[in-house]
Design a binder for this molecule. Structure first.
Ligand SMILES: *[C@@H]1O[C@H](CO)[C@@H](O)[C@H](O)[C@H]1NC(C)=O
Ligand SMILES: *[C@@H]1O[C@H](CO)[C@@H](O)[C@H](O)[C@H]1NC(C)=O
Ligand SMILES: [Cu+2]
Length: 360
């Protein structure tokens, strides 16, 4: 039976929900400390070095999941192993963006809580770099001293590399392939990969730039095409790519394959996280989603979600039809031993609890 009190209360709740007051009230209460994720370009040299030191700190602390993944030698590797183990379930699916949003946040929390880092994961607005080759190569992100270093040395003949090392589509304009030649991670070994391996296989981090691909996919036109999507379903589709081949590469794969080329780690679907530039690129992608959400009609976009729960199902049915359902806000995402299960609903608003940050 509906008592008068509960009727009044429910009516009050509905009015509040419609006016959006409950959520904003909740976020004021639950976001005790919020922080801002800034663009790499706007950080001071000290702030850039702080981020790099924090990453190195995670790489020097002991991991928590080596019981499950033998290759885990550091706290950083916990995140690498989680991404490898989930990779077949979190790409080319509707929850691609929410999963990576929360993944980035977990990594950021580890930097802040375990390595005394006071900043955030930085973003990068690639559209400012992807204007010509000189701007790309000169991007502060690739700086050897205050950035992540640049390309690997050029390896012309890649025929001796095992299949699992090599990107499965041809990347025109590749120009590297060797171990990182400079930068703070040139001496750092990846513990796992390439690919699905989670046993210990120490090896250098490689990059194999294709400036051609970066210029094509990270420019303002591509970003605007993605941001012009009229639904989350379309936004996510445009972010991951409308077709599987090189011509369909969009903002997400563009950063991965443009930096990783044929031999580089960033190009690897499973183990790309071994290259710390992963975090900045994914932050750029997450920032685009946040911009899209807030650009028009925030009230509906903060709860707009969709896309298949299963990899390679419609609209990513490149290999034939697969049964699927579209994800909803109640879809549970898997963060393994690091983060447990988290519903998409929890990560729809970066400024609300539990995330509590904003993009500048
Ligand atoms: C990196 O890996 C290589 C290849 O396995 C190995 O020879 C080298 O000693 C490792 N370096 C470090 C610092 O672990
Ligand atoms: C999933 O969502 C898309 C876009 O709204 C729609 O075209 C498709 O029919 C939906 N699929 C299912 C199984 O409901
Ligand atoms: Cu990923």
């Amino acid at each position: 039976m509906l008592t008068l009190t509960s009727f009044v209360y429910i009516t009050f709740m509905i009015i509040n929900m419609v006016s959006g007051r409950i959520r904003s009230k909740r976020s004021e209460e639950s976001c005790g400390t919020s922080y801002v994720r800034n663009d790499w370009r706007t950080l001071s040299q000290d702030q850039r070095l702080d981020f790099i030191s924090a990453v190195r700190c995670l790489q020097s602390r002991s991991g928590e999941t080596s019981g499950t993944f033998a290759g885990v030698k550091s706290r950083y590797d916990d995140f690498v192993a989680l991404h490898i183990s989930q990779a077949d379930y979190i790409h080319w699916v509707g929850h691609f963006l929410p999963w990576h949003r929360y993944f980035l946040w977990l990594f950021e929390q580890a930097l802040r809580n375990e390595c005394s880092y006071e900043g955030s994961v930085p973003a990068i607005d690639w559209t400012q770099d992807a204007v010509d080759e000189a701007s790309l190569l000169g991007s502060p992100i690739f700086d050897p001293e205050y950035g992540f270093g640049g390309n690997g040395d050029y390896i012309e003949d890649i025929s001796d590399f095992p299949d699992e090392w090599v990107t499965d589509i041809d990347i025109p304009g590749r120009s590297g392939g060797g171990c990182l030649a400079n930068g703070p991670f040139a001496e750092t070994n990846a513990s796992m990969g390439p690919g699905r391996h989670t046993e210990y296989t120490p090896r250098c981090i490689r990059r194999d730039f294709s400036l051609w691909l970066m210029l094509r996919t990270l420019n303002a036109d591509t970003a605007n095409f993605v941001l012009d999507a009229s639904s989350y379903f379309e936004f996510e589709h445009r972010t991951e790519g409308l077709t599987l081949g090189i011509l369909g590469v969009s903002v997400h794969s563009g950063g991965h394959l443009g930096i990783g080329g044929m031999l580089g780690d960033m190009a690897n679907t499973w183990s790309s996280t071994v290259d710390p530039i992963f975090w900045v690129h994914h932050c750029a992608i997450d920032r685009l989603w946040d911009i899209w959400q807030r650009k028009v009609d925030w009230e509906s976009r903060r709860s707009d979600i969709g896309g298949p729960d299963t990899q390679w199902a419609y609209p990513y049915n490149y290999f034939g039809e697969k049964p699927y359902t579209n994800v909803t806000l109640d879809f549970a995402m898997n963060f393994g031993d690091i983060g447990g299960m988290v519903n998409i609903r929890e990560v729809m608003d970066v400024q609300d609890s539990p995330l509590c940050f904003a993009y500048s």
